[in-house]
Design a protein around this ligand. Structure first.
Ligand code: GTR
Length: 331
């Protein structure tokens, strides 16, 4: 009885402490920012710029700190922390976000965008606004869109992937979203969703045969050291968002909301420039380090194999059908 009571007392105290922590972190002036990347990554520099400008634009009413390198947990944890209020702002890849906000799955459909410029036109227009509205219902306000390039397959089996049959039997790590599992299976491979931080070790020890990512992430994580064949399938172009939790956002005055939004838009302009530079640098660096790289002149066989992924996505979330059409309607 006494034991049960003390457990209850402890539980109440823990709850009170976490409520205090949550509300403390949501105060303007003390924002906590989540970032998965290392400090010199374009995303990281963009986020620092965002905080600097948000602080300046609000005369110091908004300030905060970015925690780089995933020290606050993986993206799935960070999404729920944003919703609970433990994290106030973050930079998310929209891929794993699809699990919480189904509409955003549209950007996780392979080959949905023609190229990076097309993605920019879509995200900076009405489709981007609609996705942002869907995200805000899940407690996440997207203030601006960051670049993440295109993602391609790499492996530790010495295989140059030129056609879907080359993927057959290989086991790839994918981001946490069943669409990506479906994508690899549609090419004849196997896929395991896994947190970003676990991929290096898994490639090294052979838990997986490969993974897929853009040049800067392939380089910054040293995946190129343990998976030295990179094939430019460019199957996914997934934008990322600089987001604020609705809890933090709702505490701002209207004028400060405008000021913080402007800071985010400005930081995205910088991030996109830095992204293009870093992509070229990372590619050159890994090739100089001995990575075997192949381009694929005609990707139509990969595109043609993606029918089942689109079908699965639409069947699960019929709302995607109209968003796909809206994307296709953007030139
Ligand atoms: C990177 C992206 C990260 C994360 C990572 C991954 O390109 O910027 O946010 O999604 O890929 O593969 O998990």
């Amino acid at each position: 009885m006494i034991k049960a009571l003390s457990k209850k007392v402890v539980a109440t105290a823990v709850l009170a402490a976490s409520v205090a922590l949550i509300s403390a972190s949501a105060q303007a002036g003390d924002w906590k920012g989540w970032n998965i990347h290392v400090k010199d990554y374009p995303v990281s520099v963009g986020m620092e710029k965002f905080m600097e400008l948000a602080n300046k634009n609000t005369d110091g009413r908004v300030s905060g700190k970015v925690y780089h390198g995933g020290v606050l947990g993986n993206q799935a944890d960070a999404i729920s922390q944003m919703q609970l209020g433990g994290i106030d702002f973050a930079e998310f890849n929209l891929g794993p976000l699809g699990v919480s906000v189904p509409e955003t799955n549209v950007v996780s459909l392979p080959f949905i965008f023609k190229d990076m410029d097309h993605m920019h036109r879509v995200m900076d227009g009405e489709v981007g606004e609609n996705l942002s509205a869907a995200m805000s219902k899940a407690g996440i306000i997207a203030l601006s869109w960051y670049d993440s390039g295109s993602r391609s397959f790499y492996n530790n089996k010495g295989i140059a992937i030129n056609k879907p049959a080359d993927v057959k039997g290989l086991k790839f790590r994918v981001m946490n979203n069943e669409l990506f599992v479906g994508m690899v299976e549609a090419l004849g491979g196997n896929a395991t969703p896994m947190a970003f931080s676990e991929v290096y070790q898994s490639l090294k020890t052979g838990v997986v045969d490969g993974a897929e990512n853009n040049w800067p992430s392939y380089e910054s994580t040293n995946h190129f050291d343990v998976a030295g064949n990179y094939s430019a399938t460019q199957h996914l172009i997934i934008p990322e968002c600089l987001c604020v939790s609705t809890r933090a956002w709702d505490q701002l005055s209207d004028a400060d909301k405008v000021a913080v939004k402007a800071a985010a838009v400005e930081s995205a302009k910088l991030q996109r420039v830095l992204w293009a530079e870093r992509s070229a640098q990372s590619k050159a660096k890994v090739i100089a380090a001995g990575v075997k790289y192949n381009e694929i002149a005609d990707k139509s066989a990969f595109q043609d194999a993606m029918g089942p992924v689109y079908e699965m996505a639409i069947k699960k979330n019929p709302v995607l059908k109209d968003i796909i059409a809206a994307i296709k309607a953007v030139d």
